[in-house]
Design a protein around this ligand. Structure first.
Ligand code: PEP
Ligand code: MG
Length: 545
């Protein structure tokens, strides 16, 4: 058995033969024997056909991965109509007597290099696209059909890299997974793979001897086993069966609304700790991400993660969610979540100590770096920002002021920023009691019941000896939740729960009766919760608290 590692872009298991895909190199001669007008007309015909292909791909992607993800093929069509691009090709044909193939390839290379050198992240990402559209036109010109990507038999595709258009053309009924040598986890290809729910690894070194051999692609552990040992194969088949069971459940409930029998609707979002979890969010059909615990980015790092590093992660999550809401909680470090490079003092009562927003409002440079990264990512989808551990109106105002400074700073630099909804975690009794005033400051509340239980009951959530006392159904806690919902609604805020209690099915009916607007739970809890919600009937006798 041989094991190779890479970077997983979707958790999942694929088992089957490997198939190496090699792209044919297109041979294009530079000088044409035709007049420039004839070459230009060849180009125009090919360009028209390429646009038709792209329109077809757009329709296919629209059906399979939704409008936002399909948009890339509309962008490609628009790029083929770009005056600068067309003029550059015509210029090479006219002045150098070049073939349409040569002029298109050269222009694709030149534009790609120019895009790659740009400051703006969005424009840099266009470098691969302009090469992709040029290759498409050249393929039409040379009469090469799209290379046959898939064999007749289901297989795990292995390639140096895949363009977005190649990825969307893959026949999903035959594609078990894919492995590439190159590619980035932020590319559209990776985003499409995640959205299409295909286990995939990038950055894997392979050779021709892999072709046709049996393999297990283990997206959970970022590796591929070639000629797997029988025990491993059996274990992986079991794991895959478990995944399939979950998917079967998903199929039945996918796209169904989270609505009770008597018509009350509630949003069910998912909690994530890192960008790799987004595949699970999609697999489980959550309507959004209700809590992205951004501190895991910090805990995963040796030193303060840079603004660009964070931006890349947030952008990837936001783009993959393709327009669905992503609530990014700002840094909630301290207490049990420690990163050595913060050099935080040892504290007597860390849960009541220097943590979360308290650190952010005193170490503003760190906070602003994160806020800028989130604001930049907001240009790529639907982003909400949520501040943790709030106890006062002053803290919220300070945080919002810093956010505005960051927005102004980015604006001045000409960096795109989207509309951002602002919310707070309600996870301290102080925030509950101040809910009316706090609701005037923000768009939403998300109840952090893990901490709210600990602070309300004065029970350290880390102390296993107190498990028997940690009563998450304590009436004091339930009344606090109810109070928060009512105060939030009085002032036009929506109110959700992102603590573990949100997934407690014995309380779902109670939460619905309280009027909660959203429950954010771990991805695997989304579908069971949806099933329960759809079976409830709130028109029957109400329950008293
Ligand atoms: C909470 O306190 O309920 C919460 C969601 O945040 P964390 O568990 O990360 O403290
Ligand atoms: Mg908390």
């Amino acid at each position: 058995m041989q094991v190779s590692t890479g970077k997983s872009i979707l958790n999942g298991i694929a088992i089957g033969p490997l198939r190496i895909y090699k792209k044919a190199e297109s041979q294009t001669s530079q000088l044409s024997s035709l007049a420039p007008e004839q070459e230009w007309s060849r180009f125009e015909d090919a360009c028209g056909k390429a646009k038709e292909q792209l329109a077809g791909l757009y329709e296919k992607a629209l059906e399979e991965v939704g409008e936002d993800n399909a948009a890339i093929f509309e962008i490609h069509q628009m790029m083929l109509e770009d005056d600068d691009y067309l003029e550059a090709i015509k210029g090479i044909i006219d002045t150098q007597g070049a073939t349409a193939e040569y002029a298109t390839t050269a222009t694709g290379e030149n534009f790609s290099a120019a895009f790659a050198a740009m400051e703006d992240e969005y424009m840099r990402a266009r470098a691969a696209d302009v090469k992709d559209i040029s290759r498409r036109v050249v393929n039409v010109l040379t009469g090469q059909d799209e290379d046959e990507l898939m064999s007749d038999q289901p297989a795990i595709l292995v390639a140096d890299d895949l363009t977005p258009s190649e990825t969307v053309q893959l026949d999903k009924s035959k594609l078990l997974g894919f492995i590439t040598r190159y590619g980035s986890s932020n590319s559209h290809t990776a985003i499409l793979a995640r959205t299409m729910n295909i286990p995939a690894l990038i950055g894997v070194d392979f050779d021709d001897s892999w072709d046709g051999r049996l393999a297990v692609l283990d997206g959970y552990n970022h590796c591929v086993y070639i000629d797997p040992a029988p025990e491993l194969l059996t274990a992986m088949e079991e794991k895959r069966k478990g995944d399939l069971k979950q998917e079967a459940l998903l199929q039945g409930l996918k796209k169904k609304p989270n609505v009770t029998l008597d018509g009350k609707e509630i949003k069910v979002y998912a909690n994530i700790g890192n960008a790799g979890d987004v595949g699970l969010v999609l697999q489980n059909d959550a309507q959004g991400i209700g809590l992205f615990r951004s501190e895991f980015i910090y805990l995963d790092a040796e030193d303060f993660p840079s603004e660009d590093h964070q931006f890349a992660i947030y952008k990837r999550v936001v783009e993959t969610m393709a327009g669905k809401k992503v609530i990014i909680r700002t840094l909630d470090i301290g207490a049990d979540k420690q990163a050595g490079y913060f050099n935080l003092d040892k504290e007597e009562n860390p849960a009541l100590g220097y943590r979360a927003i308290r650190i952010c409002l005193t170490r503003r440079d760190i906070f602003k770096q994160q806020l800028r990264a989130i604001l930049r990512a907001s240009a790529f989808g639907t982003v909400s920002i949520m501040f943790p551990m709030i106890i006062s109106v002053r803290e919220v105002r300070d945080a919002k002021e810093l956010l505005e400074e960051c927005r102004a700073d980015l604006k001045e630099r000409g960096v795109a920023v989207g509309e951002v909804e602002i919310g707070i975690m309600v996870e301290t009794p102080a925030a509950v009691m101040m809910a009316d005033e706090l609701a005037e400051e923000v768009d939403f509340f998300s109840l952090g019941t893990n901490d709210l239980t600990q602070y309300t009951l004065a029970i350290d959530r880390q102390n296993p000896k107190l498990d028997n006392f940690y009563d998450s159904h304590h009436p004091a806690l339930l009344r606090m939740i109810k109070h928060t919902v009512e105060a939030g609604h009085r002032h036009g805020c929506w109110v959700g729960i992102c603590g573990e209690l949100g997934a407690d099915q014995t309380l779902t009916e109670t939460f619905l009766r309280m009027g909660l607007d959203e429950l954010s739970v771990s991805p695997s809890a989304v579908l069971p919760l949806r099933k329960l919600i759809r079976s409830l009937d709130l028109s029957k006798a109400p329950e008293s608290l």
